[in-house]
Design a protein around this ligand. Sequence first.
Ligand code: PTJ
Length: 254
Amino acid sequence: MKIDPQHPRFASLKIRERLVWGVKKGYTSYAGLLAHGRGEAFDYLLGEHTNRFAIKAIQTGASYLLLAKRPIISVNGNAVVLTGKEFIKLAKLLNCKIEVNLFHYTKKRIVAIERYLKSLDPHCILEHHRNNRQEMPGVKSKRRIMLKDGLVLADTVLVPLEDGDRCQAFVHAGKKVVTVDLNPLSRTAQTATVTIVDNIVRALPILVKEVSHLRFSSRDTLLTIVNSYNNKEILSQALSYINLQLTAFASKRV
Ligand code: PTJ
C-alpha cells in the first residue's frame, strides 16, 4: 500500500507495512503482527519518542555488549524485518554473530530469515545445522533450540522482543541479557539485565551509535557505566512517565 507522507500516522503506518511485507516474504509470523500491535499501544503512551530512561539503558546495554567476552545477537521475525541492517552494523562493530531464534518455529522461516540476513552480509550469520543445535533447559517453547557455538556459549545476549521464559532461563544461566521492549511490565522487561523501553526502530540506530562511540572507552569506564545502572529504577521511570502522560491526557479531557 502506498502511504501518503502527509498522513499524521505516516511513521507508524510505514512500520506496519514493513511487517506485512515480512509476513509475505515468510520472515514474520502472523502472530508477529499482533505482538507489534501490543508494542504500538505502549509506544503511544510513551510519546513515540526515545525517552531519557531508554537512552540510559542503551548506554548501559552498549557497555555490557562491549565488556562481553562472547556477545551474540538473537533475532526473531519481527526484529529482523524492522532493523535487519542495524543488527549487521552492530555485529560488525562487536565482532559477533547473529543467530535466528524463533518462538513460532518452523525450519522454513529459519532458513528464509538466514537467507535474508546473508543477503545483507554473508559473514555475520551463525546458521542452523543439524549438528550444532542444543536445547536449553527451562524453556518450553521452541525458543529452546539454540546453537552450541552461539547462544549456548554466549555470556551476553542482545535479545529484542523476547519472551519471558527464555529471558529468565538466560539470566538463571548467568548470562547478561539486553532487551528492547516497549512494555515495561512484560516478564522479559522485568527480568532482563538491561531493558531498553523504546521502539526497536528508534532504539537500534542509537545503540549502534553508542557502541561505535563507547568502543574506544576503557574497561573501567564501561564498568562504571554498568555498575551505576539499576534496571528496576529504569522500569519505574518508564511507568511513571506513562502515568504522567495519562494524567496529562485526562486533565485535558481528551
Ligand atoms: O518471529 P517469532 O516466531 O520468534 O515471534 C516473534 C514474536 C515477537 C511474535 C514473539 O516473540 C512474541 O510473541 O513476543 P511477545 O511475547 O508478544 O513479546 C513481544 C514484546 O515485544 C511485547 O512486550 C511487545 O510489547 C514488544 N514489542 C512489540 N513490537 C515492538 C516491541 N518492542 C519494541 N519495539 C517494537 N517495535
